[in-house]
Design a protein around this ligand. Structure first.
Ligand code: SF4
Length: 205
């Protein structure tokens, strides 16, 4: 079947994009904005993080297509930027790696595929963009949500300074947001998980 071949190619693509970096000294921005323990579990069980889920396939397709379209827009610097900065995490020196979707001369743009149109950007997306702004030295950031109901953009003017950037990294925890556990592939083995149903049951008992 051709679908099997397409999916095989897609999983290989995802592995190269997200799992290629085995260097323990490197940590990616997309990990820092989420659960800390999940970062360690992903390293231990990399296969688990590549599920066959159509929305992920669609999201990656949208991401790559918009990057292609952006090449027709002026002032584009890169769709493949790999920015690195030294940071200290738990007393150890690490290299924080960021890969913003679109880097223009005067701004950074992150593309997000979503099933639903949103009235406001999600906090972890804002933090991701703020990190990219700090790491690139750009002043203007845009979050662009692409959904079946329409497209929406949000201008992000908040900036990290050196102190708040360090503090954001220092407050990396497990999970970073309570909602993460409900969607986490490691929730059945994780000692730190926070499940809404468990909380509700505890409240009732
Ligand atoms: S279940 Fe929650 S705390 Fe555990 S790894 Fe997943 S997101 Fe993190």
């Amino acid at each position: 079947m051709i679908i099997e071949k397409i999916w095989r190619a897609f999983i290989d693509y995802e592995k190269e994009k997200y799992l290629e970096d085995e260097d323990d000294k490197k940590i990616h921005v997309h990990d820092i904005i989420r659960c800390k323990y999940k970062y360690y579990l992903k390293k231990m069980f990399p296969e688990v993080t590549l599920p066959i889920i159509p929305s992920i396939f669609i999201g990656e397709s949208v991401d790559d297509f918009v990057k292609e379209l952006a090449k027709r827009i002026g002032n584009l610097e890169s769709t493949e930027a790999n920015i690195e900065i030294k940071v200290t995490i738990d007393g150890k020196e690490k290299v924080l790696v960021g890969r913003p979707d679109l880097l223009f001369e005067d701004c950074v743009v992150e593309i997000k595929y979503s099933r639903d149109l949103t009235d406001k950007p999600l906090e972890h997306h804002i933090n991701q963009l703020k990190m990219y702004l700090f790491m690139t030295g750009k002043k203007q950031g845009y979050l662009v949500y692409i959904t079946p109901q329409g497209l929406r953009e949000f201008t992000i003017e908040e900036q990290f300074d050196a102190n708040s950037f360090k503090e954001f990294i220092a407050t990396w925890k497990s999970p970073r947001y309570d909602w993460e556990c409900e969607y986490c592939e490691f929730r059945f083995i994780c000692p730190y998980r926070i499940m809404p149903a468990e909380n509700d049951n505890k409240k009732q008992s």
